[in-house]
Design a protein around this ligand. Structure first.
Ligand SMILES: Nc1ncnc2c1ncn2[C@@H]1O[C@H](COP(=O)(O)OP(=O)(O)O)[C@@H](O)[C@H]1O
Ligand SMILES: [Mg+2]
Length: 594
């Protein structure tokens, strides 16, 4: 049965005509969208010479019968809408019925299509005129081949860029469509080589990992938020990672890849105070808004849409992103200063009196981060924390505000959490996780940048290790030395420990060393950096104050300040939260005040 009808001229006029085919990439976009509209689950794209010589899209979609295969080359021939009202909330990519005729008019085009496996139709056209229609056999689906693009319009052919640059445009298009439709298997070949092979996957994260690489997607947190009638999903970059890799922005509204500065700006506004000026986050956002609230027919290539009510949509995006960054948001709100990536300007000038060492040396910073002189360590032993901090100050680039950190009154709950009141609500800090984060960053700094001073033991201690622990020790020996252990082999699997690090007065060096060695057994991580991270994380976990430890007010303050000075205060080294926020709004709601 034929499904295509010619639109009445009134409707046709309502659909503003426009330039659909600008470059090879726009041909690819239109043809792939047609394949998707036809319900394809597999789409193969073949390109030669950046699309100047050949663009071929093969799909396993619905196919067309003989009449439609010819009719689809006529202007305003579409199976997707029949009346203008259907433009409101139209779901298909196409609806203008002008892509195929437009492409056909500037190329040699061939359609091979079948609506069932078996008998099908082949239509050949050149410069818009149908040359031949004949029978063919093929599987259900459609293949459209476009050769010699713009061969009959020299003026436009001249505007084509190099094959390389056109190819790049095609890849950008396929990346966007690939991210949009992870339910479809796409392959892309260029000059005989496979450039992309994207099997269908269940999550956006998995698809983006294929497109960008697995490392890159780790920089993103998921977002999934419903606000009124607006549903927002996607992934947004962690503030701490912004500026460290190529910026990528992908915006999808009701299933279409579009550009919209207002929405992107709203999303960026959510990063307020978590980023230094000048860097902008990578964003992948997909919005579903009621069909009636968005006009998709404002751009010939459909790459922009018009939102009927812009303000609530932008606010919803901002809120959703802010919530996804929630923990960072909380940490930013507590007065954590923001950090800057490498090459920050003149931080040295501002640093006076603000470096962690100075803070920790204040009289209030007793206990956890105080110099051992204030606790019961020998008076001449250098403070590990202070020394590490100096170490980091010399090499680590972090911006420091002019304003000193003001520490609010802190309360310890269940010997586990620190609690305080904030403008936005009640904030809870997990003492162990927080201390772990603090120590992890310090240890990592030590492992990467130099050696830490240690405290010589009056009576060296002897450790007897199992074979696995001994192996772990051998593999990490130099790292342990950097951390401040001074040890020598003592026959068999025994170790003589002469000096130990002193990260804080409660530090139990023997236990920490044993537990770390036990955790590292069987761990043969490859690169130095990875091993350092592993060791720093393990050591931090073992060295950190535990849940169940009582903390003095001074220790709580010191921890607060030290946490504020970390790069990623809101997460511990296992990716768990160190900070949880209960907003006044939430409380008011629960008490029925709102
Ligand atoms: N790959 C395809 N599979 C099945 N039908 C197709 C395919 N490509 C095009 N068509 C048919 O041709 C018609 C015209 O396509 P096009 O010119 O792109 O206009 P539109 O997509 O706006 O309808 C479509 O409405 C559809 O019925
Ligand atoms: Mg189309």
């Amino acid at each position: 049965m034929s499904r295509i009808a010619i639109l009445s001229s009134a409707v046709a006029d309502q659909i503003a005509a426009g330039e659909v085919v600008e470059r090879p990439a726009s041909v690819v976009k239109e043809l792939v969208e047609n394949a998707l509209d036809a319900g394809a689950t597999t789409v193969d794209v073949t390109v030669e010479e950046g699309g100047r010589a050949l663009i071929r899209i093969a799909d396993d979609g619905s196919g067309m019968d003989r009449d439609d295969a010819v009719l689809c080359l006529s202007r305003h021939a579409t199976s997707k809408i029949t009346a203008a009202e259907q433009l409101v909330g139209v779901r298909s990519f196409g609806f203008r019925g002008e892509a195929l005729p437009a492409i056909a008019s500037v190329s040699e085009l061939m359609i091979e299509t079948a609506s069932e496996d078996g008998a099908g139709t082949q239509v050949r056209a050149a410069a818009g005129a149908v040359l031949e229609t004949r029978e063919t056999t093929r599987r259900r689906g459609t293949t459209v081949s476009v050769q010699r693009l713009f061969y009959n319009t020299p003026a436009r052919q001249k505007f084509l860029r190099s094959a390389r640059s056109e190819w790049r445009g095609i890849m950008d298009t396929m990346h966007a469509i690939g991210a949009l439709r992870r339910d479809v298997h796409f392959t892309v070949r260029h000059d005989g080589k496979i450039a992309l092979d994207l099997p269908a996957v269940p999550t956006l994260r998995a698809r983006l990992a294929e497109l960008w690489g697995h490392r890159d997607v780790q920089r993103f947190v998921d977002i999934d938020d419903v606000q009124g009638p607006i549903h927002i999903t996607g992934m947004v970059e962690r503030p701490a990672d912004v500026g460290t890799a190529t910026r990528r922005v992908l915006l999808i509204i009701n299933g279409r890849v579009v550009r919209d500065h207002g929405i992107v700006r709203a999303a960026e506004a959510a990063y307020r105070s978590t980023l230094p000026s000048g860097v902008r986050p990578s964003l992948v956002l997909s919005l579903h808004v009621p069909g009636g609230d968005v006009d998709v027919n404002v751009h010939p290539a459909k790459s922009e849409v018009r939102l009927r009510d812009r303000w609530p949509t932008e606010r919803a995006v901002e809120n959703a992103v802010r919530r996804a960054l929630g923990l960072f948001d909380a940490s930013a709100g507590i007065g954590w200063r923001t950090w800057t990536p490498a090459a920050a300007p003149s931080w040295r000038d501002d640093v006076h009196g603000m470096e962690p060492a100075a803070l920790r040396a204040t009289p209030a910073a007793e206990g956890l981060f105080a110099a051992p002189a204030e606790a019961d360590a020998p008076a001449d032993a250098p403070a590990y924390a202070a020394a590490v901090a100096v170490e980091m100050r010399d090499t680590d680039v972090r911006a420091v505000d002019d304003a000193p950190i003001s520490v609010p009154p802190l309360l310890q709950l269940r010997r586990m959490y620190l609690m305080f009141e904030h403008e936005d609500g009640v904030i809870l800090i997990d003492q162990h996780s927080a201390h772990e984060r603090v120590l992890y960053e310090e240890f990592l700094g030590v492992l990467e940048r130099g050696e830490a001073p240690s405290q010589r033991l009056l009576f060296p201690m002897t450790l007897h290790l199992g074979p696995d622990e001994a192996e772990a020790f051998d593999a990490n020996r130099s790292s342990f030395e950097k951390l401040g252990f001074e040890m020598e082999g003592f026959g068999g699997h025994s170790l003589l420990v002469n000096a130990v690090p002193m990260p804080h007065p409660r530090f139990d060096a023997e236990r920490c060393l044993r537990e770390t060695l036990a955790a590292l057994t069987g761990d043969r991580a490859a690169g130095d950096a990875k091993r350092h991270e592993r060791l720093a994380a393990t050591f931090a976990c073992k060295a950190a104050i535990k849940a169940g430890d009582i903390m003095s007010p001074g220790e709580m303050r010191a921890l607060y300040i030290a946490l504020a000075n970390t790069k990623l205060p809101a997460h511990d080294v296992h990716g768990r939260s160190t900070i949880v926020r209960l907003s006044w709004d939430e409380l008011d709601r629960r008490f029925g005040r709102k």
